[in-house]
Design a protein. Structure first.
Length: 521
């Protein structure tokens, strides 16, 4: 069991958690979600003792296997651990399950692995520790679909507790039975997988909207009643102050005294009623949050050709290692093509060949002269690291600056971060800056290499909407089934050292070939 009680954690003036209490029972499989910067990774680090807390208590009765994000991958730790023969035996067994083989176990070889291959290596290391609980931070980032399915199977057969931070809807739907949402320093728990959570959230929002609308009508009535009572009280106050007859006239004095008493009674009753109504106004239902709108520019220059890219007899070798050979395909103007295949099969290499960053071994790649390509790569460090967001925006015209800043705010980047150097921003924040630059570019073709890594679910949805509406040509590498659905019109499938182009498989065909075809993608 893992228990946190009244945990507080701040970074400077920013409160991450305020009196957080959470109990995770043996055998529970829990997904942790929330926007970037809400503290998901911090929560895992608190549980693992990697981050100190300001106050509160933590009790853990588990042998935890901990997967950090791939950016914190440690080659030395793995090399040292496999010196133990018993551990090495288990480690290589899990490597085989993950489909990772034919590489040398040394610093140079391990550091040259792709991000997806490093994730497989790290997961094998975690499972080989024979833990009683798993704490996993974005375990599906960079994983190909086959490895993701293997991980899903591993988690579903794992007898212990699983706590996982993930933005992968397909993965969450396939593994967890409870969702914990972190927002504004607090947590909410929802039973079920991600789809169940979304259904509950939508129900809450709908109920809140109804309450808010009913409350708005009630508030209008209360405010009108308060205005009426105030007029009534003011009139009574004026009557109290009126002079009535001669003071020597005892009869008139008695009448005046009675009138004053009546007026005071009316004034007091009105003011008491006003006070009660004003208290009712203090108890308000919050307005449901509206989904932020991401604004983007339409493509200005169309591709003046039916064909955007033509590839003929393409082959590529790396140090006598054949990636693919005799590849032929075309990408039509306005076509949206998904590149799918196992980690290390050459998807990023093909992108670099198209961009002219990588030489081909043989064959030819033709691009129409009117092609304007915008790139969003796995490596966000091609942003100017010494500049701030504000300095980046000042390089463009006023219209661009307004849209750029507005979009980043709607992508949940705090305004206090706008004067922070890009090198000091998180990977998620840097990915959103790159995404925003692409949205506002005049590119008529976008190439995106695993663009959803480090993006939270909200920003993935924004990106998906942008790509669905994008009028230009699209080439995208992604292992996220939920994300690709509705975007891709065709696939380039990397398999058996070649690349084949397939039209979009419709849902009926997927059902007929359910497990095999989907996993091989």
């Amino acid at each position: 069991m893992i228990s946190l009680s009244n945990v507080q954690k701040s970074y400077g003036d920013k409160i991450i958690f305020d009196n957080l209490s959470l109990t995770i029972y043996d055998g529970e499989k829990i997904g942790i979600i929330g926007d970037n910067g809400q503290g998901k990774t911090t929560l895992l680090k608190i549980i693992m003792g990697d981050t100190d807390i300001d106050s509160g208590t933590i009790k853990i009765n588990e042998n935890i296997g901990y997967l950090k994000q791939v950016s914190e991958f440690s080659v030395d730790k793995i090399l040292k651990s496999i010196e133990n023969q018993e551990f090495a035996k288990s480690f290589f067994l899990y490597l085989k399950k993950m489909g990772l083989k034919n590489f040398m176990l040394d610093n140079k070889s391990l550091n040259q692995l792709s991000c997806g291959e490093k994730t497989k290596l790290a997961l094998s290391y975690v499972f080989a520790q024979n833990p009683t609980a798993l704490v996993l931070d974005e375990p599906t980032n960079h994983l190909d679909m086959e490895a993701k399915q293997i991980l899903i199977d591993q988690i579903n057969t794992f007898p212990g507790t699983v706590l996982v931070v993930s933005h992968d809807i397909y993965f969450l739907n396939s593994t967890v039975s409870k969702i914990i949402r972190i927002k504004d320093g607090a947590i909410q728990e929802f039973y079920g997988n991600y789809n169940d959570y979304e259904e509950q959230i939508n129900h809450l929002i709908t109920s809140q909207q109804r309450e808010y609308e009913a409350q708005s009508k009630k508030i209008s009535k209360i405010e009108n009643e308060i205005d009426r009572l105030k007029r009534w009280a003011n009139k009574a106050d004026k009557n109290i102050n009126k002079q009535g007859g001669s003071p020597s006239d005892s009869r008139l004095a008695s009448l005046k005294s009675n009138a004053e008493a009546g007026a005071r009674k009316i004034s007091g009753a009105a003011k008491n009623k006003i006070s009660a109504l004003e208290k009712e106004l203090e108890e308000r239902v919050s307005r449901p949050e509206k989904e932020p709108v991401i604004k983007y520019r339409l493509v200005k220059d169309d591709i003046k050709s039916k064909i955007a890219i033509s590839v003929q007899n393409l082959s590529k070798n790396f140090d006598n290692n054949l990636l693919f050979k005799n590849v032929n395909f075309t990408i039509g103007s306005g076509e949206k093509v998904a590149l799918v295949g196992r980690n290390g099969c050459g998807k990023t290499t093909l992108i670099n060949i198209i961009l002219g960053k990588e030489k081909l071994s043989s064959g030819d790649v033709w691009e129409t002269p009117s092609l304007k390509i915008g790139l969003m790569s796995q490596d966000v460090y091609n942003l100017p690291q010494e500049k701030t967001i504000i300095e980046l925006s000042l390089e463009q015209d006023k219209e661009y600056r307004t849209l750029f800043i507005t979009n980043l705010v709607n992508m949940n980047i705090d305004k206090t971060r706008f004067n922070t150097k890009i090198k000091n921003l998180s990977l998620g924040e840097q990915m959103r800056i790159k995404l925003c630059e692409l949205i506002l570019s005049d590119a008529n073709m976008l190439i995106l290499d695993e663009p959803t890594n480090h993006l939270d679910i909200s920003n993935k949805k924004y990106l998906k909407k942008v790509l669905e509406d994008f009028a230009g040509t699209l080439l995208i590498v992604s292992h996220d089934q939920d994300f690709l659905k509705g975007i891709a019109t065709s696939y380039l499938v990397f398999e058996n050292q070649t690349i084949k182009k397939n039209n979009l498989i419709n849902d009926n065909d997927k059902d007929k070939n359910s497990s095999g075809g989907e996993r091989d993608l």
